[in-house]
Design a protein around this ligand. Structure first.
Ligand code: AHR
Length: 521
C-alpha cells in the first residue's frame, strides 16, 4: 500500500516535472530595441578592451613568463602559446606591474643581469619571494610580442619622484644619458614608446593609505617629473577611487588640473561581501542574480563619476580609466588564497558582455578599461597548467567584441522584460551597437537570464541593411567552464538565430548567452 502511494506520488511529481519543463521551454523574455544608426556618437576606444598583469600569484610567473631555459615553448622567456592567443584578440594595452604590487616595486630591481637581480618579498600577495626575473625589458618585450601598448604603473607609496623620473628616462630617452646607456647595455638600443603612465595605485589603500588631499598633492608633485622624451607622449593617469568612494574622485579632480590626462577607477564584482566571497563554480541560481546585479551597478557608478568629472573638467579633456574591473570570487579549492586563482564560467562571459555594452554607453568620458587579470588571476582570459593553456569564456567575449575596437558608437534604446527569481530581478537583455571603418554595423546582445531564452525585435534606423551573420557564446549550464581536460566546452559558434525583414531584425537569444552580429547593406 505504502509502495503504491509512493509510486503514484513519483508519477505525479514526474508529470509535474515534465509540465514545468514544457512551460519553461515555451517561456521567453522579450526585448524591443531601436538602433539609431543615423545618430553616430563618440568613438569607442579600443583601449576599453585593455588588460592588466600584476606580480600576483601565477599571473606573471607560469602565466606568461617561464624563462628562456624552460621546456615550454617560449621566445626570450615568454610563453608562445599565450602570445599567440593574445595576438588573436588584438589586445590594445597592458597595465603592469600592479595593482598593489606597483607601490612596492622598485624598477631597478628588475633590470640588468637576471642572476644579479635582488630577491624581494611580495608583501601583498602571499609573502612569496619575487626574483625579479621578469622586469622592465621583459615586460616591454612581451608588449611588443603581443602588439599591445604598455601601461606602466609607477610607485608612489614607497617610491620617489626621482625613481619614477629615472624609470621614464630609462625606457624612453633616446639621447646619451647614463640611464639610456644602462638600457643599451641591457640589449635595447632604441627607446621604447610608453604611452600610458599610472602615478600610483589605490593610494587610499594598499598604495600608502593616504588621505584624499595628501594623494592629490603628491600627484601634483610626481606629475611634474613625468616627462616626455624623444617623441614619446605620456598619458599621465592619477589613481582614482575604488568601489564607490566618489569623494576621492571629487577631491582629486578638483585639486589636479594640470599634468593629468586620465583618472582611474576600480570596480570589482563580488555579488557579496569582501569577507564572504562567492564560489566561482557550483553556485545556486541566486548567486547568478547577485553577481549580475552587482556587475550592472558599474553603469550608475560611471554616471555619477562622469557628473563629478564634468563639474571639474567640463570639456571632457581628462578621461576616466577603469583600469581594474572584473569578477572576484573565493579562490579555487586547493590553491593559495593569496594567489586569487578562480575558474571562469559562462556567467563571467555574460558579465563581460554586459559590462562592455555599458562601457560603450560611457565612451565619451571612459577612454580605457583593464580587466583584472590577464592570466591565472581573478577574471582571467587564460589559465595555464604546465605546458597547457585554456582559453576562458571571458577570452571568447574579448574575441567576439573585437569588432567594436575604435568603431563609432550608435545609440540603442532598449525596452526589455526582466528576469526574475523571487525578490531578485535583472534586465533580461543588454545591447550595444557600433559602425566600423568599413561601414559594417555590429550589434552585441547579451541574454542575462540564466534559464530562459529571449526574443529581440530591433528596428534599425538609417541606411537599409540586407544581410546578417554572427556568432554566439552559450553553454548548457550556468557554471559551464573550460578545463585542461575539456578546453573547448564553452566556445563561440556560428549563430543562425537572426533574420532581417526590411528595417526589422529578429533575434532568438538562447539563455545565458552573448551574441555579436554583423549587418551589412
Ligand atoms: O587585482 C587585484 C588587486 O585588486 C590589485 O592589486 C589592487 O589594485 C586591487 O585592490
Amino acid at each position: 500500500m505504502k509502495r503504491r502511494a509512493l509510486a503514484v506520488s513519483v508519477l505525479l511529481s514526474g508529470l509535474l516535472l515534465v509540465h514545468t519543463h514544457v512551460a519553461l521551454a515555451q517561456e521567453t523574455r522579450r526585448a524591443t530595441l531601436t538602433i539609431r544608426a543615423g545618430e553616430p556618437g563618440p568613438q569607442i576606444s579600443r583601449h576599453l578592451y585593455g588588460h592588466f598583469a600584476e606580480h600576483l600569484g601565477r599571473c606573471i610567473y607560469d602565466g606568461l613568463w617561464v624563462g628562456p631555459g624552460s621546456k615550454i615553448p617560449n621566445t626570450r622567456g615568454i610563453r608562445n602559446d599565450v602570445v599567440q592567443a593574445l595576438r588573436k584578440i588584438k589586445i590594445p594595452n597592458l597595465r603592469w606591474p600592479g595593482g598593489c604590487f606597483a607601490d612596492q616595486y622598485h624598477w631597478q630591481d628588475g633590470v640588468g643581469a637576471a642572476e644579479k637581480r635582488p630577491r624581494r618579498v611580495n608583501i601583498h600577495w602571499g609573502g612569496v619571494v619575487e626574483d625579479n626575473s621578469f622586469g622592465t625589458n621583459e615586460f616591454l618585450d612581451f608588449c611588443e610580442q603581443i602588439g599591445a601598448d604598455p601601461y606602466v604603473a609607477a610607485n608612489v607609496g614607497s617610491g620617489s619622484p626621482q625613481e619614477m623620473a629615472d624609470w621614464i628616462e630609462y625606457m624612453t630617452f633616446g639621447g646619451d644619458s647614463d640611464l639610456a646607456r644602462l638600457r643599451q647595455a641591457s640589449g635595447r638600443r632604441d627607446p621604447w614608446k610608453v604611452p600610458f603612465l599610472g602615478i600610483g595605485n589605490e593610494n587610499w589603500g594598499c598604495g600608502g593609505r593616504m588621505t584624499h588631499e595628501y594623494y592629490s598633492d603628491l600627484y601634483r608633485r610626481f606629475s611634474v617629473y613625468a616627462r616626455d622624451w624623444s617623441g614619446n607622449r605620456l598619458e599621465r593617469i592619477a589613481a582614482g577611487p575604488g568601489g564607490t568612494d566618489l569623494r576621492w574622485l571629487d577631491v582629486l579632480a578638483e585639486r589636479v588640473k594640470e599634468g593629468v590626462q586620465g583618472i582611474s577607477m576600480h570596480y570589482y564584482t563580488l555579488g557579496n561581501t569582501w569577507k564572504d566571497k562567492l564560489p566561482a563554480t557550483g553556485f545556486p541560481e541566486k548567486d547568478w542574480y547577485a553577481v549580475l546585479r552587482d556587475a550592472l551597478k558599474i553603469d550608475g557608478l560611471l554616471t555619477d563619476a562622469e557628473k563629478i568629472m564634468e563639474k571639474h573638467d567640463p570639456g571632457g579633456r581628462v578621461g576616466l580609466y577603469v583600469d581594474e574591473w572584473g569578477t572576484w570570487y573565493s579562490a579555487a579549492p586547493g590553491t593559495n588564497p593569496a594567489f586569487l586563482n578562480q575558474q571562469n564560467t559562462i556567467r563571467d562571459a555574460v558579465v563581460a558582455g554586459a559590462t562592455f555594452n555599458i562601457f560603450h554607453r560611457h565612451a565619451r568620458r571612459v577612454k580605457m578599461a583593464n580587466i583584472a587579470q590577464l592570466v591565472n588571476v581573478l577574471q582571467a582570459l587564460i589559465l595555464t597548467e604546465g605546458d597547457k593553456i585554456v582559453l576562458t569564456p571571458t577570452y571568447h567575449v574579448f574575441d567576439m567584441y573585437q569588432v567594436h575596437h575604435d568603431a563609432t558608437f550608435l545609440p540603442v534604446d532598449v525596452a526589455t522584460d526582466n528576469s526574475v527569481l523571487g525578490p531578485d530581478s535583472l534586465p533580461a537583455v543588454s545591447a550595444a551597437a557600433s559602425r566600423d571603418a568599413q561601414g559594417l554595423l555590429h550589434l552585441s546582445l547579451v541574454n542575462l537570464d540564466p534559464k530562459v531564452a529571449a526574443t529581440v525585435e530591433a528596428r534599425i534606423e538609417g541606411p537599409a541593411l540586407r544581410s546578417v551573420s554572427g556568432r554566439v557564446l552559450t553553454a548548457p549550464a550556468m557554471d559551464a567552464h573550460n578545463t585542461f581536460a575539456a578546453p573547448d566546452r564553452v566556445q563561440p559558434a556560428a549563430f543562425t538565430g537572426a533574420s532581417l525583414q526590411g528595417p526589422v531584425l529578429k533575434v532568438a537569444l538562447p539563455p545565458r548567452s552573448v551574441v555579436v552580429l554583423a549587418l551589412s547593406s
